[in-house]
Every structure is written in C-alpha cells, then in structure tokens.
Design a protein around this ligand. Structure first.
Ligand code: SF4
Ligand code: SF4
Length: 438
C-alpha cells in the first residue's frame, strides 16, 4: 500500500512520455515524406540563427508589446518547469521537496521564489494575450482561417497556462512545511491566508491534489503540443537552424530547365555533352508541387512549426489589398494536408492509399497562388524563419510546367518570350521599326 502512489506516478509518467514519443515518431515520419534536401553548409551561421531567433526571439520583439510578453511566457514557462524535475524525483521515490535535501535552504528558496515571481508574470502576460485575442480582437487573429479549431487552440493553451501556474502557487501556499521555511514563498505567502482556518490534513490534501494535478497537467500539455500550433515551442529550434541562408530574392533554379535554356541560347553548346559535376542528368519526374509529398522536408517542417501568429499575412501586400491570399493559410493548409496524409498512412498500415485529394485545389486554390507578388514580406516577418513563398513558387511551377495553367497574361508573356525573345508581341525583325518613323 505504501508504494501505491509511487507506482501510480511512475505509470502516469511512463504513459505520458511514451504517448508523446509515439507522436514524435509520427511527426518525424510525416516530415520525412517530403523530398530530401541536404543542408550541411554554414553550420556556425545556422547555430547562431537558432540561438538568436529561436532562443533569443529576436524577431518577436519587432512588435515590442507582443514580443516582450511572449518572452515572459516562454522563459517563465520553461524555467518554472525546472520544478518538474523535483516533482518527478519526489513522485518516483516518494520524497517531499527533494531539493531541500540537496541544496541549502537559501538557494532552494531563491529558486522557488524566482519561479513564483515568474509564475505571476506568466499569469499577467497570459491575461493580456487573452484580452488581445478575445476583447480587443486584433485583426490578424480574426481572418477566415482563424475560426474553429485554430481559434480555440489559441485560447486553450492560455487556459492551460493559467491553470498550471495557479496549481504551482496553490501547491506552495498550502505546503505548511515550505511556508514555515519562510524562504522562497515570495508570492505564495500572500495566497496562504485564503486557506486559513483549514485543518492540517485538509491543507495537506489540497497541496497533494495541486501537486498531482500539476504534473498530470504538464503531461497533458506535453501531449497536446502534437495536436496544436504550440508545437513551435519545440520545432522553432530545428526550423531556424535549417532556415534559408541565401538572399531572400534568390530563387532556386531547376538544373534541367537551366540546361535546356543554355542549349537554346548558346549556339556552341553540345547537346550530347556530359552534365557538369553535381548537375542532375535527368529531368525531374514532376516539375513543382501539387501535393505535400512534392515539397521538401524543410517546407514540411515549416508547416508544423507555424505558430499561426499571422504576422506574415498582416504584412502581405496581396492580402492587404483584398486578394484571397494569406501566407499563414498556405502554411496551415500544408500542415493540415500533411496530417491527413499521415493519418491515411496510419489507417492503411504504413502505406498511403490515394484519396483523390491533393494540396493544390483541395486546400490551396490557383487564385491564391497567383495573387502572390513574390515580395518576400511574409518571409521577412516570420518570427520562426518560415518561408511560405517557397511553397507558393513550387506550386506555381507545377501549374505552369505540368498543367500549362498560368493566367492568360502570363501565358501570353511566356509565349512572346519563346517566339519573339521578348515579353512583347512583336517580331524581332520589327524591333528597329521605330527608327524609321519620321
Ligand atoms: S511573397 Fe507573396 S505571400 Fe509573401 S507577402 Fe509577398 S505577396 Fe504575400
Ligand atoms: S508563417 Fe510565420 S509569420 Fe506566418 S503565421 Fe506562421 S509563424 Fe506566423
């Protein structure tokens, strides 16, 4: 009987971590459905970017209020969770505040006191975030793609954080042995009077309940991440590491197309010459992307990392001028389709069974794709180095090269380039006619 709480705790802990690990496996499998790209270059620059952007949140503070509050929630939440280490050790070994056995009271008090202050700061920030979303109704949280689950998801995580922070403070406030230390109870000492008059056993019961709910809540939070935009807490790190390093306006060229153009433009080119080193000899099976499996794994990682913050959409000139395009929706659609493909694979024992759907058309329309000006404002605005434009360009490439489905104006222009060597509908031989005009 004596060991039942420890056994129960260990079972809950193993189940919580095990379920999370299973979902991480699925996540990794889904990301690997993307095409392979090798990214081994500029490691130093990549680590620096990760440290600055993901850890230092340098791009978040471009909008100072939201950025500052986000840093408080992020740092506070992470640091407070150091306390979980103590909870886990206590839970497994049946101890109580093991930290007090290994640390001097003053150090332990300093740590818990810091956690308590951070908990209050997190609570204040979360309340401000909730007000911004639900009372002030900031425009970027109200777009068409932000209804239903995405809207609820944004609020659920705020409620979660409030509950976890409150449980942490209640746990400390009702722990009579901790309060009697009078060290580290910087905030909880003001909550303790709320429980005055209760017997020692009732206080112990409340403290234990808060303790159990706190750890179970954290395990639920951990597992909730997989189903939520809050996966970015974890994925922002690899995503910023693998982010694009080349200048924003630089597009990747298809070697097969480049070679064709060179053959057309260079009269001395040898059509039978061996391809240069590192150049693909054969043309790709399919040009561009019509479904998630045509995108590369970094683009799929991007889609899982999207925080749905809408900074990209709020900077997008196409969106601002009333076009149907929202780069945030491009990322959300890519992720939703990827999740759908992943579920299909799970249901069909590891094999994808064609479901008659694809990213293009069923999720993202041609109209959205052609509304993009390729200005890169969305890429610049993204706080976690996501590149919605690369997906848009790959899907456009599919439309042009596989479907010949470019808008008429573009088709005319491309026809003119092909036939006349210029975007205008004039024969090359007529180019100098203007000089004959008197
Ligand atoms: S690149 Fe396209 S999607 Fe991104 S901001 Fe510019 S117009 Fe919008
Ligand atoms: S792509 Fe980046 S900026 Fe746009 S919603 Fe996602 S995280 Fe925010």
């Amino acid at each position: 009987m004596e060991y039942i709480p420890q056994i129960l705790f260990s079972i809950i802990l193993i189940a919580g971590i095990g379920f999370f690990a299973q979902n991480v496996k699925k996540l990794s499998r889904n990301i690997k459905l993307g095409k392979d790209v090798k990214i081994n270059d500029n490691k130093k620059q990549r680590w620096t970017n990760m440290a600055k952007i993901a850890l230092g949140q340098t791009k978040m503070v471009v909008r100072p209020i939201a950025g500052f509050l986000h840093i408080i929630v992020y740092v506070g939440f992470i640091i407070i969770n150091i306390e979980v280490l103590e909870i886990v050790i206590d839970g497994v070994f049946g101890t109580h505040r093991i930290g007090l056995s290994v640390l001097p009271v003053s150090i332990y008090g300093f740590l818990i006191g810091t956690f308590e202050i951070l908990a209050v700061l997190v609570l204040i920030s979360v309340v401000v975030f909730w007000i911004r979303r639900n009372i002030i109704k900031i425009k970027r949280f109200l777009s068409a793609e932000m209804t239903g689950w995405p809207k609820n998801d944004g609020n659920i995580i705020l409620y979660f954080e409030v509950v976890l922070m409150c449980l942490f403070l209640i746990m400390n406030a009702t722990d009579t042995s901790f309060q009697s230390l009078a060290s580290g109870n910087i905030v909880s000492q003001f909550i303790t009077p709320l429980f005055s008059g209760l017997s020692e056993s009732t206080l112990h019961f409340i403290e234990q309940t808060a303790w159990w709910l706190h750890i179970v809540g954290i395990l639920i939070f951990l597992n909730y991440l997989y189903y939520s935009k809050h996966l970015h807490i974890l994925l922002a790190f690899p995503n910023t590491y693998f982010g694009k390093l080349t200048p924003k306006g630089q597009f990747k060229n298809l070697e097969a197309v480049t070679n064709e153009v060179k053959l057309m433009m260079d009269p001395d080119a040898d059509p039978f010459a061996a391809p240069a080193e590192g150049v693909e000899e054969t043309e790709p099976e399919k040009f561009g992307a019509s479904d998630v499996t045509d995108l590369n794994w970094v683009q799929l990682l991007n889609s899982y990392t999207c925080t749905e913050c809408g900074r990209c959409t709020s900077e997008c000139p196409a969106n601002q001028t009333g076009k149907k395009l929202s780069p945030r929706k491009i990322m959300m659609d890519t992720r939703d389709r990827l999740v759908e493909v992943g579920k299909n694979i799970d249901t069909n024992k590891g094999t994808f069974v064609p479901d008659g759907k694809q990213l293009l058309g069923d999720y993202i329309t041609n109209e959205e794709l052609w509304a993009c000006t390729s200005c890169n404002a969305c890429v610049q605005a993204c706080p976690v180095s996501i590149d919605p434009l690369s997906i848009i360009m790959d899907m456009r490439q599919y439309l042009v090269m596989e479907e010949s489905a470019a808008p008429p104006d573009l088709n005319n222009m491309m026809g003119n380039i092909e036939n006349n060597g210029a975007p205008w509908p004039f024969n090359q031989q007529d180019r100098l006619n203007w000089s004959n005009e008197s």
